[in-house]
Ligand binder design. Structure first.
Ligand code: SF4
Length: 454
């Protein structure tokens, strides 16, 4: 739904236009997850050429200020009043949003705000950044901590769920509060950063558990820490001999790419191998600034992977996901995961049926490079872990053959090679009358793996 063009300071009076998501009874208008929800008309603009609203919103800001990530961080939009200076919000909706922000605060960087089309209530960037009354009206659905991270915390801030890796949560501060965040429960607490004593306790645990080879540094967003503070932690992790890789989870390349500066990249390059996982959800987020940030990381030897979250009205069509993932490959970022939106309280309005994700993968596989197709996963509640889901390409299976469906829906038979056992190979040898050939099975007599010696 469209509204009239906004100018700064407008939109304090009642308008006839109402948000599409809300009906008069404050009930949600449910849309069935039919094909129409999954296939949409492709949008015409290439994402990286899309002009932002920087000059419309922040024309008075100099280039040097705009390129200073600290300015963006300091000048985040955190109140409905500030927001209404840029984005059209009806008076009654402002009151609703104030109510929402008392439970789920608001924080948007000027950079990310500039990506929003203020004239479009259905703008996919807006849906990720601006609160919705549905966070409250549907707030009884879902749970606060669906992944049960508290249960797997071995020391404060350190989650050890899988055998060989741990998650270090360094802070609850983020440059932007994404409306679909899994850790929305943390927003109630004012901003905290782990103390040096807490960091030392985490490192001690990692030092004592030699099975850990992978440390994931996350938050909140760990890049909210100063580069020198981050280095003091990363350098100590790197000194632990059994740690092979360090991963950083951050949304800065998307919501405040100016943070990925030379100082940060030079620091990271000293502690390789470091991998960085980021979080693009829509092709409009692939801007020249974001591309530059990812390029700087890659040139510093830090591979960048992307973890998207599937959201209603944001990226729940094949076309949008194709444009996103192809755009990511163009900027050399690998589409890694597409997450089903977790069942977190305050996010239900953004969640889609699982079938939508499977249909999207089905619509991508075969129609574009395999490299562009992420793995669709559901992160199980109660800490059950990630489950990959994909379209069913196996229609039937016997010991002899499989009936397989290809990406175009054509069905093929595929001969299933039989297991080669020791006794069968010996029989073949005697048929060949090659007495000098000896077959030795590895382990048990009928083991699958057979060594041939002459
Ligand atoms: S950056 Fe990540 S942790 Fe922070 S609010 Fe967004 S989704 Fe949540």
């Amino acid at each position: 739904m469209k509204t009239s063009v906004a100018t700064k300071g407008q939109f304090t009076s009642k308008s006839e236009t109402r948000p599409a998501e809300i009906n008069s009874g404050n009930e949600v208008e449910e849309e069935p997850p039919g094909k129409s929800a999954i296939y949409s008309d492709p949008e015409e603009e290439p994402p990286s050429n899309r002009a932002s609203n920087r000059y419309r919103f922040f024309g008075h800001i100099s280039d040097s200020t705009w390129n200073d990530w600290r300015w963006h961080f300091r000048d985040r939009i955190t109140s409905v009043e500030q927001l209404a200076q840029f984005i059209p919000i009806l008076i009654e909706e402002q009151a609703q949003l104030r109510l929402v922000t008392m439970r789920y605060p608001l924080s948007v960087t000027p950079y990310y705000l500039s990506l929003i089309n203020p004239d479009d209530l259905d703008d996919p960037i807006r849906k990720q950044a601006i609160p919705s009354i549905l966070e409250m009206t549907m707030g009884s659905m879902g749970v606060e901590d669906p992944l049960d991270e508290k249960r797997d915390s071995v020391v404060p801030g350190l989650v050890h769920r899988y055998p060989d890796r741990v998650l270090m949560v360094l802070t609850n501060i983020c440059p932007m509060l994404c409306r679909h965040c899994t850790r929305k429960r943390e927003w109630r607490n004012s901003g905290w950063v782990r103390t040096s004593g807490e960091i030392e306790a985490m490192l001690d645990y990692v030092r004592q558990h030699k099975v850990i080879r992978d440390v994931i540094i996350s938050g909140g967003d760990p890049l909210t820490l100063s580069t020198s503070h981050l280095e003091s932690i990363i350098s100590r992790v790197r000194r632990i001999r059994h740690i092979e890789i360090i991963r950083i989870g951050t949304r800065f390349p998307v919501v405040l790419p100016q943070r990925i500066d030379n100082e940060l990249c030079t620091m990271l390059s000293k502690y390789n191998p470091i991998w960085l996982n980021t979080h693009f959800n829509h092709p409009h987020e692939i801007t020249p600034e974001a591309e530059e940030a990812c390029d700087r990381l890659l040139r510093s030897g830090v591979p960048v992977n992307n973890q998207s979250v599937l959201m209603r009205g944001v990226n729940d069509t094949v076309e949008t996901m194709l444009r996103l993932c192809q755009g990511l490959l163009r900027i050399k970022v690998r589409p890694y995961y597409l997450f089903q939106c977790d069942e977190v309280q305050g996010t239900e309005h953004l969640r889609t049926p699982v079938e939508v994700g499977i249909k999207i993968i089905e619509g991508m596989r075969g129609y574009t490079s395999g490299l562009a197709v992420p793995t669709f996963v559901v992160d199980l509640s109660q800490g059950g872990g990630k489950i990959p889901l994909q379209p069913d390409y196996v229609l039937a299976r016997t010991k002899e053959e499989l009936l397989l469906k290809n990406y175009e829906g054509h069905v093929f038979r595929y001969r299933n090679p039989r297991e080669q056992t020791h006794s069968k190979l010996t029989a073949v040898a005697s048929l060949l009358n090659e007495p000098e050939l000896h077959f030795e099975s590895e382990g048990a007599k009928d083991a699958d793996r057979v060594i041939v010696r002459s």
